[in-house]
Structure formats: C-alpha cells, structure tokens
Design a protein around this ligand. Sequence first.
Ligand SMILES: NC(=O)c1ccc[n+]([C@@H]2O[C@H](COP(=O)([O-])OP(=O)(O)OC[C@H]3O[C@@H](n4cnc5c(N)ncnc54)[C@H](O)[C@@H]3O)[C@@H](O)[C@H]2O)c1
Length: 254
Amino acid sequence: MEISGQLAIVTGGSSGLGAATAEALAARGAEVAIFDFDGARAAGMAERLGARAYTVDVGDAEATGKTVAQAVAEASRPLRIVVNCAGIADAARVVGRDGVPSVALFERVIRVNLIGSFNVMAHGVAAMLAQDTDAGGERGVVINTSSAAWQDGQVGQAAYAASKGGVAALSLPVARDLARHAIRCVAIAPGLFETPMMAALPAEVTQAITANIPHPARLGKPAEFALMVAQIIENPYLNGTTIRLDGAARLPPK
Ligand SMILES: NC(=O)c1ccc[n+]([C@@H]2O[C@H](COP(=O)([O-])OP(=O)(O)OC[C@H]3O[C@@H](n4cnc5c(N)ncnc54)[C@H](O)[C@@H]3O)[C@@H](O)[C@H]2O)c1
C-alpha cells in the first residue's frame, strides 16, 4: 500500500520508536495523527512534523474510541494505517522483596500494552470499514509493537513479556478475521533500541545488553524500526506474522 496520501495514527508518537515512525510516515507523505499520553510532547512533535496531536490514554477504551473518531473527522485523508507504539516497560518480580505480589503492576502493563493496542486497532479498523479499498485493493494495515521479550522475557518481565506475547499472538487471528475486508495485521518484535525507555537504564546494564547483540553490535536505531514499519505498509504480502528486528540478539535471563 502507498504511504503517501493516507491518514496514519501512530500511538506513542511523541517519543522513541513512535516518534521515529511518525517522522518517517510524514516524510513519505502521510497525514499523521499522533496519539500520546504526554499531550505537551505530542503537540511539540506534531508541530515539527506538520501533524496533529491527540492526548489520550490508549488503555481507556471509551476515550480511545472518541479520539479515533475525532482524528478521522479532522483528517482530509482516509485512515488506512494504524501503528501502535504506546507502551510501558514497568518490571517487577512476581513477589517483591517486601513480600507483596506484583498484581497491580501486572494489570497496568497488560492494560496499556495489550488492551491499549487492541483498543486503538479495533476503533481504527471500525473507521477503515467505512471506507472503500484503495487502487491496489487494500483497505488498511495495522502494525503493533511486540518485543523480543515475548520470546526471551527476562527476570522481572513477566507482565511485559505477557503483554507483548499477547500482541504477537493476535497478529494471525486478526489477519484472518480482517482478510475479507482487505486489512492486514503485522507485529514487529524489536530487540533493544536506543530510545528514552532504554536511556533510563544504568550504563552497565546497557553495556551488558549490547554484549549480547551479535551484529550489528549496537542498539537498534529508531529510524530502523520506522523503516520496518514503512516496508510492512508497502509490501502487500506481509500479513499475520510477528517480525523480530533485533540484530540476532537473544536476551539472557537477566
Ligand atoms: N526501546 C526498546 O528497546 C524496545 C524494545 C522492544 C519493544 N519496545 C516497545 O516499543 C514501544 C515504544 O517504545 P519506546 O522505547 O519508543 O518507548 P518510549 O517510552 O520512548 O515511548 C513510549 C510512548 O508511549 C506513550 N505512552 C505510554 N503509555 C501510554 C498510554 N497509556 N496511552 C498513550 N500513550 C502512552 C509515552 O508517553 C511515550 O511517548 C513500546 O511498546 C515498547 O514496549 C521498545
């Protein structure tokens, strides 16, 4: 599918992988709607790209539905691209040192990463269904962000890995479900990328992580993630799968 001339919703589009995606899609001629919890940062990014910013918690289904409807109404192009990058990486052992089970954290991470992705996807697809297919016979594409942790979750990542495993698992059933509407669904499972999420880690942790990346032996660049997004949109035969983008890295237990 062509990127130019389409409305693209990019969640988490004010930072890291989402920001790089918003930038890449705008540069390729898409009309971009940035959805982010951090309204001020989203507005700054939107201004820079000539995009629109919407402040929303994707974990809130009702607010997400209203925001998708507003973004579609305010756009001059049809919604054909949804890229879910909003996510949180809170970590905890199943039971903390204080003896408290990490149930609240588990619920929060699943709410944002898994349910949030589904909320935006479902409301986005509902809007796509109201439109005709494009010249190439496609109605749209949904790209979700999983993580290498869906297969190699580390200590403390039970919630995160479960949320990203959920995101990976839904690619195929959603692709099968939406096939009759000519809408594709693909997930990207990034390894370790150079974003604010990673910058928050201590230097020795980043060094240990980099030591486990065979080639190229460095963190991934957000622009490389955005390139994958563009390639998924443009290649009509990519569907129903989860693509690892990780320099052959496999995460160790810690
Ligand atoms: N950086 C990595 O190495 C890496 C690796 C694997 C997967 N991922 C995944 O990629 C995605 C982007 O990660 P990043 O590194 O760019 O993170 P980031 O923290 O730089 O950006 C995440 C963005 O999501 C927004 N956000 C968080 N919760 C939200 C909510 N409830 N509603 C709306 N917006 C919300 C934040 O405000 C932020 O702008 C995440 O889903 C993350 O789990 C990142």
